[in-house]
Design a binder for this molecule. Structure first.
Ligand SMILES: *Cc1c(COP(=O)(O)O)cnc(C)c1O
Length: 389
């Protein structure tokens, strides 16, 4: 089977919601993936910030195979040690020993859960950011601040106001005592790796306190060590009321979580919410294995260093306007080249990245990416964009 044959079959059997994929991937090891024609690529997108330990990592493979050959599913009628242990880990990572976790499968579901949780405050209004991405289901889409994704599906949930990201005056005007929750990404990933002013989260926290509104940090993309911290907001010193996670949480398997802190931890009552696969033994085994590996190998510290090096080197390349982000979530803003064309040329040159918007290339490699792989990425990127000019 070749790429061409797979893509033809994809085209006739899968819906067109993603547009047409360029290649079919069939194998991966570490941060190298192989397509159906046998060509290999350095995976600098990591399944969109998801495969935090790369592909076929021995720690994940072992945890998953052990678990799936022992007990693959229990449903939410029963407890399972993996879900409990992973929840305890996440609670400890928040620094709030009273925090509590709800498990689901995806980022959209995690944000849906946060939205439902906020209704239990007795209020319904929400403030979110323009350009933000919080998912595609109807509730999550109501939070998402991207008109092109929303407009075909109006009407969405009422009472959600979108304000310019990073603009604290706009937030002050939008929030009121009637606001149930404010949802913010610590760095906007899908919008093109947009970093807010340094004191933004702190100021938003103050406004939420003043108005009795929940502060929901959507760490779906920035979480699980991506920025060099566990959840992406820690640099700000705030404590959120809710943290949503997915992407990297399952170490490449589908796992999401909505963590509620402080008083928010007890807002849901029995029967309020659920998910058949939530806290599945296999996906939580993978999540636990990923966290333990990151902890024992001291990966977070290395992530920050690697990210600073990447940003510094990328910014020096002619044709690059700016390299921004935190840790291994980086947006490379191009001076004049089209991001989609650069992404295609990089793939031709054997490196996977994506065009987050018209002028920004996004990279989010596995946290275990080596210095040699980083240097290879930088030299390929330099060649591609200087050669293309
Ligand atoms: C990807 C993403 C989501 C949606 O996650 P899905 O698993 O695709 O539903 C939500 N929020 C942020 C910040 C994301 O990056």
């Amino acid at each position: 089977m070749t790429n061409k044959k797979y893509l033809k079959r994809w085209d006739s059997s899968l819906q067109n919601n993603y547009g047409k994929p360029s290649i079919a991937l069939v194998k991966g090891k570490g941060i190298v993936v192989t397509d159906a024609d046998g060509k290999t690529y350095l995976d600098f997108l990591g399944g969109i910030a998801t495969s935090i330990l790369g592909h076929a990592h021995p720690a994940i493979v072992k945890a998953v195979t052990t678990q799936i050959s022992t007990l693959s599913h229990v449903s939410n009628f029963y407890a399972h040690p993996n879900a409990i242990e992973l929840a305890e880990k996440l609670v400890a990572m928040t620094g709030d020993k009273n925090a509590k976790v709800f498990f689901c499968q995806s980022g959209a579901e995690a944000n849906e859960s946060a939205l439902k949780l906020s209704r239990r405050t007795g209020k319904v209004r929400v403030v979110a950011a323009q350009g933000a991405f919080h998912g595609r289901t109807m509730g999550a889409l109501s939070l998402t601040g991207q008109p092109s994704k929303r407009e075909p599906f109006l009407p969405l949930i009422k009472g959600v106001k979108h304000v310019p990201y990073g603009d604290i005056d706009a937030m002050r005007k939008a929030i009121s005592k009637k606001t149930a929750m404010v949802i913010i990404e610590p760095i906007m990933g899908e919008a093109g790796v947009v970093v807010p002013p340094a004191d933004y989260l702190q100021e938003v926290r103050k406004l939420c306190d003043k108005n009795g509104s929940l502060l929901v940090i959507d760490a779906v993309q920035t979480g699980m060590g991506r920025t060099g911290d566990w959840f992406g907001y820690e640099y700000s010193g705030i404590t959120p009321d809710v943290i949503t996670l997915a992407k990297g949480l399952g170490g490449g398997l589908p796992l999401g979580a909505m963590i509620a802190l402080g008083k928010a931890a007890d807002l849901f009552q029995a029967g309020d919410h659920g998910s058949t696969f939530g806290g599945n033994p296999v996906t939580t085994a993978a999540g636990l294995a990923a966290i333990k590996f990151i902890e024992t190998q001291d990966i977070l510290q290395k992530v920050e260093k690697k990210g600073l090096y990447l940003m510094q080197e990328l910014a020096l390349i002619p044709g690059v306007k700016e390299a921004r982000g935190a840790g291994l979530l980086i947006g490379i803003e191009l001076e004049s080249l089209k991001a989609s064309e650069v992404s295609d040329a990089m793939r031709e040159a054997g490196v996977l990245v994506n065009a987050a918007n018209g002028t920004t290339i996004r990279i989010a490699p596995a946290l275990i990416v080596t210095d040699a792989q980083i240097n290879k990425f930088i030299s390929t990127f330099r060649k591609v964009i200087t050669g293309a000019k």
